[in-house]
Design a protein around this ligand. Structure first.
Ligand SMILES: *Cc1c(COP(=O)(O)O)cnc(C)c1O
Length: 400
């Protein structure tokens, strides 16, 4: 009775004047996106790089799970000059939301998407002649001259014209009369890793040589760029005239930047919360959760959380992560399951159904304890990016 009343009186977010777009009237599991921290991180990066370099904010993968449209709007108002997306669909989403800045599509496009890129003013990255062929045809059909950036593979080995095959590639470009090569770009494979310094140096040198090959062939692209977050912080000689930070915008850096960068003054942007849906006492000797992986060694107070691995709270966190409630840490016990997670709250006084629990980030009402995406990534053997990208679509984002 008591508990039911509490569940029904859970606060909706309608009354929070700064909360926009999302009201939480259903399951109380949500992510908060702290746009002021995003803006502060952007300013930090902006002040680090030379004024001559533009900042292309990378908002692919729904801004690493933070919400591409909301993040791009805020970054645009802070002065982001370009946006970077992975696929044309993501660029179209930004256009539909009214983002007017140039958008670079880092992954190129697929057959049939050239016309849409032109129509939506999405600048594609190209790395095969047949892409230029279809872009040129679509541009001719539209009676347009369109920009493209050529990607050079300088050592990542993923996308791009190989640096040692440019002498065959470049002479073929003249025939694409409706395409202007307005940028050259490459991508650093390991700029965060001191042991890979020789590769990074090779990449930077190969990129400079590639630019020279284009110039000799009469191409004078406006933009030269190859710096991701690690490049921005680790290799100022790789800044070119656009930098392409992604993770650092979202305050993800401890497993992203070179170890020589100790305090970049970047703040996390996402926090993840839920509310306790059940509390009970479990006698010693009983196991809880799938697979009997946790056995109570004492009389234990166990709380159930309505969040699981479908929401992006990874199963690898089972019996290993901590959450925050009432300003204290409490351990995850037993297996994280698809929709539910258990925590041991025996050491936290006064726990009740409806209590707010923070699984990632910090609790605005209790300064102090926090759990970073890097912490969760380390526990589960991955990168902080995969943590925030993995927060599921079923988790509403609350923009603050
Ligand atoms: C994702 C991506 C970036 C941004 O990388 P971060 O490590 O998040 O800064 C930059 N350039 C390209 C081509 C990318 O794919």
């Amino acid at each position: 009775m008591d508990n039911a009343g509490k569940l029904h009186s859970m606060p909706s977010f309608q009354d929070q004047s700064r909360a926009r777009e999302i009201t939480l009237s259903g399951r109380p599991t949500w992510a908060e996106i702290h746009l002021d921290n995003l803006a502060a991180n952007f300013k930090q990066i902006r002040s680090l790089v030379s004024p001559a370099a533009r900042v292309m904010a990378i908002v692919k993968a729904d801004a690493y799970g933070h919400g591409a449209v909301e993040c791009a709007r805020r970054l645009a108002s802070e002065g982001a000059e370009w946006f970077g997306v992975a696929i044309p669909e993501e660029g179209i989403q930004l256009r539909n939301a009214g983002i007017a800045q140039p958008v670079l599509c880092l992954g190129g496009f697929w057959p049939g998407q050239a016309a849409a890129c032109i129509q939506q003013r999405i600048t594609p990255v190209v790395y095969r002649l047949d892409m230029l062929e279809s872009l040129n045809q679509a541009a001719a059909d539209a009676g347009a001259l369109v920009d493209a950036h050529v990607k050079i593979d300088t050592g990542m080995g993923r996308l791009g014209v190989r640096f040692d095959e440019l002498s065959e590639f470049v002479p073929q470009l003249a025939r694409f009369r409706n395409v202007r090569i307005d940028g050259l770009m490459s991508h650093l494979a390991a700029a965060d890793d001191a042991s890979c310094k020789p590769l990074t140096r090779d990449q930077i040198n190969r990129f400079e040589e590639a630019a020279a090959v284009f110039r000799q062939a009469g191409f004078h692209p406006t933009y030269l760029h190859l710096s991701n977050s690690a490049g921005v912080y680790g290799y100022r000689e790789a800044w070119g005239n656009i930098v392409r930070p992604g993770g650092v915008l979202y305050g993800l850096w401890r497993d992203v930047l070179p170890l020589t960068v100790s305090d970049p003054k970047l703040a996390p942007v996402m926090s993840l919360h839920t509310r306790i849906s059940m509390v009970k006492w479990v006698p010693p000797g009983e196991t809880i959760g799938y697979g009997c992986t946790f056995e109570a060694s004492r009389k234990s107070q166990i709380a159930t959380l309505p969040i699981g691995y479908h929401d992006g709270y990874m199963r690898a966190l089972s019996n290993r992560a901590n959450v925050i409630l009432r300003g204290a840490y409490a351990p995850v016990v037993g297996r994280v399951s698809m929709d539910l997670t258990l925590i041991d709250v025996t050491n936290v006084a006064g726990v009740e159904v409806g209590d707010k629990v923070t699984l990632l980030g910090w609790d605005r009402e209790h300064a102090g304890p926090s759990v970073s995406a890097e912490d969760l990534a380390r526990i589960s053997g991955t990168l902080s990016y995969e943590v925030t990208c993995g927060i599921g679509e079923r988790v509403p984002r609350l923009y603050l």
